[in-house]
Write a protein that binds this ligand. Structure first.
Ligand SMILES: Cc1cc2nc3c(=O)[nH]c(=O)nc-3n(C[C@H](O)[C@H](O)[C@H](O)COP(=O)(O)OP(=O)(O)OC[C@H]3O[C@@H](n4cnc5c(N)ncnc54)[C@H](O)[C@@H]3O)c2cc1C
Length: 473
């Protein structure tokens, strides 16, 4: 009997496994594929995800493997620098291959004690009052108290649960790959300049020695079920640029769509959904992986609390209540960005207008906080502006706040030096620090770094400790 089985060892599943292990939950991750993905999708880790990595002591290893880029220019690719004064110690984008992130997160989860079994596809799920029976493709049956479907856009777990996935089908498919080219770089750069003003949805960019990353629309080519061919890339390049740049020797070729869908529910009894299994949207703005990893961060400590027996009754349901609206918002911003990429006169005019509006600092701030998820505010009820938001990595007497969150516990940051976490001290740390760079007397942080309470009254604090951390010992 496992406490939690996770279907899928992508970024979401690996992050969740690590979060659960911080609380000694017995975790098994089942991954359908025997080997990690062969194609290299370069993704960007946005500010909030970098903050999560810092909160768990993972940032150094991740930074070593990625390339820092400026945080701006990610809303519909509109070329505006990030506004000054972004409220984060990690105000940049980290370009990093997705397989590297998955590898690092999986390695971290295993170091913490998670088991990962590859070549195991979940094919059937049955739940009862005591737990969930998970069946694998070879007929083996496993028993667990909870199951989380982190099994991607075509999630088997979601389908087996019968959870609806309404939304819009893909309208524009895109071909993507890595190839070599037969012409000098200057010729490519010269051709790209003019055409990119009208056609936003293609590129041919250097990517490592001799290799170019190529993206072209898939309109009118190949059967969606078949992998794309090099000849199809050539045809599309000729149609757009008048030349195929002599592309040859592909490393890999793939295809993706811009379907937009959101699961109707994130939880059915003992089975939950996270990451692409719960939401899909076009990759514009580079948010999908970030969103999934942040789902895992929100869910991990709550599910651990449920397993360990101290979760207040409603805690696990706050996962859907908090994360589904965030996904809805991401779906909407990708819909908007997709429109802004259209070459039609109407959307182009809106794009020009928005480009002008982004010169206003407030507009630029608003959009970047959306894309990077540092603007997320969970609804914890009425209260000061900071309530429900994440706290940046402020200075505290031991150095940096995030350095105190590596163990995934709650934290009372107490400038009054007279409050106590009493019977919750096995779940919540207490830092009495009059020097903390805060402009409120005291904050209670959840393990995911969101502000659960602000104040200076012990009784009020105790009420909120009960709300988030259950009954005291
Ligand atoms: C071209 C492109 C560019 C992108 N760029 C970015 C970006 O810059 N930033 C960003 O944040 N996001 C980006 N994304 C989105 C990102 O790749 C996804 O959102 C992310 O992979 C979702 O992670 P996940 O773990 O939820 O699902 P997945 O990565 O799909 O992982 C699911 C895992 O489950 C396994 N699985 C499936 N079925 C089963 C089963 N039945 N049993 C067991 N295992 C199973 C799969 O093999 C897979 O390993 C991009 C996507 C594309 C297509």
């Amino acid at each position: 009997m496992f406490d939690v089985i996770i279907a899928g060892c992508g970024p979401t599943g690996a992050m969740l496994a690590a979060e659960l292990r911080l609380h000694d939950v017995r975790v098994l991750v089942l991954e359908k594929e025997t080997e990690p993905a062969s194609f290299v999708r370069i993704v960007g880790l946005h500010i909030r995800s970098l903050e999560l990595m810092a909160m768990r002591g993972l940032l150094e290893r991740i930074l070593e493997r990625g390339r820092r880029r400026p945080a701006g220019a990610y809303f519909a690719g509109i070329d505006k620098p990030a506004p000054a004064g972004l409220d984060s110690a990690y105000a940049y984008l980290l370009g990093i291959p997705q397989p590297v992130i998955v590898h690092l997160l999986e390695e971290h989860a295993i170091e913490l004690g998670a088991q990962v079994r590859r070549g195991c596809a979940v094919t059937a799920v049955q739940q009862d009052d005591g737990g969930v029976t998970v069946e694998l493709a070879d007929g083996e049956q496993l028993r667990t108290r909870y199951l989380v479907g982190c099994d991607g856009a075509r999630s088997t777990v979601r389908k087996l649960l019968g959870v609806g996935f309404p939304g819009e089908p893909s309208r524009n498919d895109t071909l993507m790959g890595e190839v070599e080219v037969g012409v000098p770089p200057e010729e490519i750069a010269a051709r790209m300049t003019g055409i990119r003003d009208t056609y936003k949805r293609w590129w041919l960019r250097p990517f490592g020695e001799r290799i170019y990353s190529v993206v072209v629309p898939a309109a009118g080519v190949s059967d969606r079920a078949q992998p794309p061919t090099l000849e199809e890339f050539r045809q599309q390049l000729r149609a757009i640029a008048g030349t195929d740049f002599g592309v040859h020797s592909p490393r890999w070729l793939s295809r993706f769509g811009d379907a937009t869908r959101l699961a109707e529910r994130y939880r059915v009894g003992r089975v939950l959904l996270a990451g692409d299994a719960a939401h899909i949207h076009p990759p514009i703005g580079g948010q999908g992986l970030n969103l999934g990893v942040q789902d895992a961060f929100n869910l991990g400590w709550k599910l651990a609390a449920q397993v360990r027996g101290w979760a207040p009754d409603t805690l696990l349901d706050t996962y859907q209540a908090e994360r589904r609206p965030v996904a809805e918002d991401v779906l909407d911003n990708t819909r908007a960005q997709t429109e802004l990429l259209s070459s039609k006169p109407g959307p182009q005019a809106v794009r020009r207008l928005l480009t002008e509006l982004m010169d206003l600092d407030e507009v630029n701030h608003y959009l970047i906080e959306k894309i990077t998820a540092i603007g997320v505010r969970y609804d914890f009820g009425a209260g000061p502006e900071l309530l429900g938001r994440r706290l940046p990595d402020i200075d505290v007497k031991q150095g940096h706040l995030y350095g105190l969150l590596h163990r995934g516990r709650g934290l009372l940051l107490d400038r009054t030096e007279r409050l106590t976490v009493g019977g919750w001290s096995d779940r919540v740390d207490h830092l009495a620090d009059p020097t903390a760079a805060l402009d409120v007397p005291c904050v209670l942080l959840r393990p995911d770094g969101h502000v659960a309470w602000i104040g200076d009254d012990q009784q009020d604090l105790d009420d909120h400790l009960s709300r988030w951390f259950g009954t005291p010992n």
